[in-house]
Design a protein around this ligand. Structure first.
Ligand code: SF4
Length: 355
């Protein structure tokens, strides 16, 4: 019996050791994908993918030195800087995102952390985007306790703050904030009652042990992030990582599969780098347990979503976008997920991996 077959597939754990994670990475590819798919089907409808749209509400001129990021003021990438977007403009983009099929609207600002004067604008954005019937997510940099509380009070559903890589490799990528700073922001987001979106980037020259280290950090948080974006480095000219060697695409898929196994109930998201992936690679990522994507910004100017490449790929794979449903509490959410899974059990191709 292989290690994959022996593994208790659906356990929620927060005590992963690096060796256990490396053992998952080392499984034969087919065993790893099979295990990930088993876990996935225990908690999700395997033919649904959540769709988010990203909007940059403040672009460029960031004082941080993240080596992958074209928005850092330290690198000359030719990116046009834009100041904080007006609320009405954000709403226009949110309406277009909703019309294009997105259920979550993520607003990102290139800041080290938000300033006091910014908070009334960003909280107004949250309130008004939410009123359109979209889930809201923001990524604004490091937060203080009171800022996290203000965002939660405005109704923000998710806060994104990535760990980027393993603690050991982190210093090669960022020097202007520490790993601990990041963990503290995640703690504050949780303490304020918001959901956590946290993941990282692969292909930055790190080793497999670092990819394992990143996933170990995420899975060993007191609660798993509800959303785990796994980004493939986009090599932007002018950034220190522009000439980084390509990561083997199968290693990326392994990372998705290991994330799915370690965080069974989280949405694992294909994020940056997706536009450079073939349809076949994206399909393999869905098979490995990815169940959330960012629509490209181009969607916002596409009048007819049927012509959108993502929707065409969904149609070819028989994937439906996940609907946005509002739940009174976690019990109601759990009941709905269980209903979706049991509905799936009656499908002709259902394989009961738990037996
Ligand atoms: S903090 Fe965010 S916007 Fe600023 S350089 Fe790092 S990744 Fe880019």
């Amino acid at each position: 019996m292989t290690a994959a077959q022996q593994m208790p597939a659906s356990e929620i754990r927060h005590d992963w050791t690096r060796q256990q994670v490396l053992d998952l990475f080392a499984l034969p590819f087919n065993d790893l994908l099979f295990t990930a798919q088993q876990v996935h089907r225990m908690h999700f409808d395997a033919n649904r993918v959540q769709v988010s749209t990203l909007c940059s509400i403040k672009t460029g001129a960031c004082p941080e030195d993240c080596a992958y990021c074209p928005q850092s003021a330290r690198y000359d990438t030719g990116l046009e800087r834009e100041k904080l977007m007006e609320v009405e403009k954000v709403l226009e983009e949110a309406r277009a995102a909703k019309a294009g099929g997105a259920t979550r609207f993520c607003m990102g600002a290139a800041w080290r952390s938000p300033k006091k004067k910014d908070m009334p604008y960003v909280t107004q954005m949250v309130r008004e985007v939410k009123a359109l019937g979209l889930e809201t997510c923001m990524t604004l940099g490091m937060l203080k306790d009171e800022q996290a509380a203000e965002l939660a009070e405005a109704g923000l559903d998710y806060y994104n703050h990535n760990l980027d890589t393993s603690p050991e490799y982190y210093g090669e990528i960022i020097t202007t904030r520490t790993y601990q700073d990041r963990l503290e922001t995640l703690d504050r987001v949780r303490a304020a009652g918001m959901k956590v979106c946290a993941g990282g980037i692969v292909g930055m020259g790190e080793g497999e042990k670092d990819r394992a280290g990143l996933l170990m950090q995420l899975a060993n948080l007191p609660e798993h992030p509800e959303s785990v974006p796994i980004n493939m480095l986009v090599k932007v000219a002018g950034t220190p990582l522009e000439t980084e060697e390509d990561l083997d695409p199968f290693e990326f898929i392994r990372c998705i599969a290991v994330a799915r196994i370690m965080m069974p109930k989280s949405h694992v998201r294909l994020s940056a780098g997706r536009e450079e992936m073939s349809d076949e690679m994206q399909s393999l990522a869905f098979l490995a347990g990815a169940n959330s994507i960012f629509y490209g910004e181009k969607l916002l100017t596409t009048a007819n979503p049927e012509t959108n490449e993502d929707m065409q790929l969904f149609a070819r794979l028989g994937i439906q976008p996940e609907e946005y449903r509002q739940y009174a509490d976690d019990a109601e959410l759990e009941a709905d997920l269980n209903a979706q899974v049991s509905e799936q059990q009656n499908a002709p191709y259902f394989y009961d991996a738990a037996k």
